[in-house]
Write a protein that binds this ligand. Structure first.
Ligand code: HEC
Length: 115
């Protein structure tokens, strides 16, 4: 199997385990509680920030597609860089998102520069 395809398959599984409770299988999020990942302008703006928030969580006010969210997303520190890359590849290339492959190397760089 091609590397990209492998990442997509592994990423989907990890997404189901770690993310879909809140963001839903469809990536649509849940009302005013959980923001969407499908066609999210916030996510598309910055892949580095996404890698960091997957690993470290995020809280405080954020605006996604003109809607304000202010809840806490828990950290997932147990994820390896490879797993973060697989999840990122999956969410950036599903539900109409078309950003392309997010490599482990990219994730490594992102995670060493988290704010
Ligand atoms: C317990 C619920 C929960 C889980 C589990 C969770 N998130 Fe989140 N996520 C949130 C909340 C709440 C926010 C908004 C945080 C804020 O208001 O500052 C958020 C924000 C985000 C954002 C940035 C906003 C956007 O919609 O673009 C991304 C990307 C994201 N999550 C991806 C993930 C991924 C990938 C996973 C799994 C690895 C995950 N989340 C697991 C609740 C969750």
């Amino acid at each position: 199997m091609q590397k990209f395809a492998k990442y997509m398959v592994a990423g989907k599984q990890l997404y189901t385990t770690h993310c879909s409770n809140c963001h839903q299988e469809s990536g649509q999020g849940l009302g005013k509680l959980y923001p969407p990942l499908a066609k999210s302008d916030f996510m598309m703006q910055n892949v580095n920030r996404t890698a960091c928030l997957i690993k470290n969580g995020i809280k405080g006010e954020i605006i996604v597609n003109n809607i304000t969210y202010n809840q806490e997303m828990p950290a997932l520190e147990e994820l390896t860089n490879l797993e973060v890359a697989e999840i990122a590849t999956y969410i950036y290339n599903s539900w109409g998102n078309e950003r392309g492959f997010v490599t482990v190397k990219e994730v490594e760089t992102s995670l060493s520069n988290c704010q």
